[in-house]
Design a protein around this ligand. Structure first.
Ligand code: PEP
Ligand code: MN
Length: 302
């Protein structure tokens, strides 16, 4: 009997395309997400948006509610962080992504962010999966720390079965015996998920590698094996990052990494959207001076 699960590819040609802001994930263009592990201040997020929002990335990430291993570590800015995301979205016209940890956070998060992220630690929080099923916004579902592909696929099925067709799978590395890298990036899973499901697949090399010097080459490998995009942690001052500092790229490294992916993308029939000053020009609603200033700074950084 045919397996009728919603997540599975029933026809070989089917692939789900999800529209986020002016971009699409799951089509020919790669969807690249950049931003810090945690939102730390408005200034920090402005610096990220100035460097990246005019084209290098299609969305900006930043955690406001952080799942930290230790209860004594920084837990995120909470609602104040969400307000910063809204502000960045409004002024820079860039979609934003942030993690949701509990059902009770959903109303605030959908008001302030464009995409909800379910983190690894919550991949099998079934009540949360059901709740984001009716949140009305796309969901990035990260693979659990030690989840099999079957468990990952069934977690996505929860979200779809509860009414949300816009699910993006994210491979972010799994636990293994070797601690040299923080986790092991499972590129075999990326290939398998693209064959088995019709959903877009993102790769997060940052949490997989845990070391900034490994991120560029892992990103190339991810694009070469068919990932629909990347989610990479970067920070204006990586060494000062309040969480995941060891894996954070600088904004300059992030821009270089994306430029260096172009040829690999082309080799596998994909492309990286070009910087879109023209589109941004017509869509930005912020004041002229602020806009001019933003592009002046962006040019200096580039
Ligand atoms: C994150 O994206 O900052 C994060 C906590 O990721 P993960 O859930 O993959 O550990
Ligand atoms: Mn992180």
């Amino acid at each position: 009997m045919k397996d009728a699960r919603l997540v599975l590819k029933q026809e070989s040609s089917k692939s789900t395309k999800i529209h986020i802001g002016g971009s699409t994930i799951g089509g020919n263009e790669l969807f690249i997400v950049g931003g810090p592990c945690s939102i730390e201040s408005l200034e920090q997020m402005e610096q990220v948006a100035i460097a990246l929002s005019h084209g290098p990335v299609q969305a900006i990430r930043g955690g406001a509610f952080k799942p930290r291993t230790s209860p004594y570590s920084f837990q995120g800015m909470g609602i104040e962080g969400l307000q910063i995301l809204s502000d960045i979205n409004r002024r820079f016209n860039v979609p934003t992504i942030t993690e949701v940890m509990t059902e009770s956070q959903i109303p605030d998060i959908v008001q302030h962010a464009d995409v909800l992220q379910i983190g690894s630690r919550n991949m099998q929080n079934f009540d949360l999966l059901k709740a984001v099923g009716s949140a009305g916004k796309p969901v990035i579902l990260k693979r659990g720390l030690a989840a099999t592909l079957e468990e990952f696929i069934l977690a996505a099925e929860y979200i779809m079965a509860h009414g949300n067709p816009n699910v993006i799978l994210c491979e972010r590395g799994i636990r293994s015996f070797d601690t040299f890298t923080r986790n092991v990036l499972d590129l075999g899973a990326v290939v398998a998920l693209k064959q088995l499901t019709h959903l877009p697949v993102l790769v997060d090399p940052s949490h997989a590698a845990g070391k900034s010097e490994l991120i560029a080459d892992l990103s190339k490998a991810a694009v070469a094996c068919g990932a629909d995009g990347l989610m990479i942690e970067c920070h204006p001052e990586p060494e000062k990052s309040v969480s995941d500092a060891r894996q954070a790229l600088s904004l300059e490294q992030m821009i270089d990494l994306i430029e260096n992916l172009r040829l690999i993308a082309l080799a596998v029939g994909r492309n990286i959207p070009s910087p879109k000053e023209t589109r941004a020009l017509s869509q930005l609603t912020i004041g002229q001076n602020e806009f001019a200033n933003q592009f002046h700074v962006a040019e200096l950084i580039a």
